[in-house]
Design a protein around this ligand. Structure first.
Ligand SMILES: NC(=O)c1ccc[n+]([C@@H]2O[C@H](COP(=O)([O-])OP(=O)(O)OC[C@H]3O[C@@H](n4cnc5c(N)ncnc54)[C@H](O)[C@@H]3O)[C@@H](O)[C@H]2O)c1
Length: 259
């Protein structure tokens, strides 16, 4: 009875920031479980490389790459128009694209602040708005927002704009979950802990350096994660396994938030 619970055959998933890191793993796992995946990214080389890899590994044409800056409404409108025309249904949207900037608040300019909000938070507004209309029409959908442990804690590092954008993602998740439950659209977010990706090139599990040692001490499991370790939660939230879950924030953080 439960063996098909993760089956995504006949489903289409759209993933932003899918050329690298966690978004890339999301595309890989959802495609492996049968979904057609549409990968959006601003990085042309990475997004085509990822889509080609999936098509090569799985055979056929289950992955498509689209170059788009998801913080820009014109790019979102064009990309979503193409996707909705081509695919009968869009079942899952993963708002994953993001950037991070560290530095003391007093040195942060309004331009830098706005740029982070545009990419991390406003892109989720735009994508949810454009794809959400389609999901409302089909009376079905799943939205997964990539939040962070930084949605709920201020971290030791100074990264206020990033953290505020992620707190916004957290609340957007709850608001959409409440408003769109009547349309059979489930909205959840994932809060990864420190994960080795393009965004966190300097992180490692080497505790001989002072900065890594401090960081690892804050993680009960005493290690950072590989992006593939976030993929299982993505599959869970994109599949029938989570059919009664909406409005939740699911941490995958080695125990960080438990401290
Ligand atoms: N790595 C971590 O430790 C960590 C922890 C918590 C949350 N997250 C979140 O996970 C998500 C994925 O990040 P990652 O760690 O995989 O980083 P990453 O840098 O490896 O991937 C981010 C991707 O987003 C793309 N992107 C950036 N701006 C874009 C835009 N305007 N339009 C389209 N694509 C854009 C990049 O080109 C890149 O491919 C982000 O939202 C990030 O905040 C990461």
């Amino acid at each position: 009875m439960y063996k098909q619970i993760f089956n995504l055959n006949k489903e289409t998933a759209v993933i932003t920031g899918a050329g690298s890191g966690i978004g890339r793993e999301a595309a890989l796992i959802l495609a492996e479980y049968g979904a057609k995946v549409v990968l959006l990214d601003i990085n042309e080389e990475n997004v085509f490389k990822t889509a080609n890899q999936i098509n090569k590994d799985l055979g056929g044409n289950c992955a498509e790459a689209i170059i788009a800056d998801v913080s820009k409404e014109e790019d979102v409108a064009e990309a979503v128009g193409k996707i909705v025309d081509k695919y009968e249904h869009v079942n899952t949207l993963i708002n994953n694209a993001g950037v991070m900037k560290q530095g003391p608040f007093e040195k942060l300019t309004l331009t830098e602040w706005k740029a982070i909000m545009d990419i991390n938070l406003n892109s989720a507004f735009l994508m949810s708005s454009y794809i959400g209309k389609h999901m409302i029409e089909q009376n079905n959908g799943k939205i997964i927002n990539m939040a962070s442990i930084s949605s709920v804690v201020a971290n030791r590092e100074s990264q206020s704009a990033y953290n505020v954008s992620k707190a916004g993602i957290h609340m957007l998740t709850k608001c959409l979950a409440v408003e769109w439950a009547k349309y059979n659209i489930r909205v959840n977010s994932i809060a990864p802990g420190y994960t080795k990706t393009g965004m966190t090139k300097n992180l490692s599990n080497d505790s001989t350096t002072e900065s890594n040692k401090k960081l690892l001490q804050n993680i009960p499991m005493n290690r950072i994660s590989h992006p593939s370790e976030i993929a299982g939660m993505i599959l869970h939230l994109a599949s029938e396994a989570s059919s009664y879950s909406t409005g939740g924030i699911y941490s995958v953080d080695g125990g960080y938030l438990a401290y």
